[in-house]
Ligand binder design. Structure first.
Ligand SMILES: [Fe+2]
Length: 171
């Protein structure tokens, strides 16, 4: 059996400082969310890889990967908000606002790139990484603590938290 190696995994193993290594500091303890956060790690690392592929190739690959990243961030944020609504999270409005600000910033950068404004892919990916993973490591921790507390008190079940049929097999 041949095992397909992911070039992004190789970079993680090599200790590249530009890639994101999944870490427990990102874990929320919520299966649905952690699975999507891992996918964000993958996409971010593939964006870095796209930056390393050389001048001409970068255009097509980077553009495609960046659009996938932008789409996935939006998809993930809406999943997260649905979950927060489902569990009546008290900080819902605030969390939603933070997502809106992040999406706005990401879309502005993405549009600048599409319209041919001066754009440095490497620094964009670094900024994106800081925004998204800063959010995951800090703001998402607030609802993670709330969820853990409610679960411990027997006020929330995993089914309520993760919803039904929402966890897809990781690919
Ligand atoms: Fe969030």
């Amino acid at each position: 059996m041949t095992v397909k190696t992911d070039p992004a995994d190789e970079l993680v193993k090599a200790g590249s400082k530009d890639v994101v290594a999944w870490s427990e500091k990102y874990a929320t303890g919520i299966a649905l969310i952690d699975q999507q956060h891992r996918e964000l790690v993958n996409l971010t690392n593939h964006l870095f890889l796209a930056c390393l592929t050389g001048r001409e190739a970068i255009k097509a690959i980077f553009k495609d990967t960046m659009h996938r990243m932008v789409d996935y961030v939006r998809f993930h944020f809406s999943t997260e908000l649905e979950m927060l609504k489902r569990i009546n999270y008290p900080g819902y409005d605030e969390h939603k606002k933070e997502h809106e600000t992040l999406v706005k910033k990401i879309l502005e950068a993405s549009n600048d790139y599409d319209s041919g404004k001066t754009f440095t892919p490497n620094s964009f990916v670094r900024t994106l990484k800081d925004w998204v993973f800063g959010h995951i490591a800090l703001t998402d921790k607030h609802y993670a603590a709330y969820v853990a507390d409610q679960k411990q008190k027997g006020l929330l079940t995993d089914r309520q938290i993760n919803g039904e049929n929402q966890i897809t097999a990781p690919h």
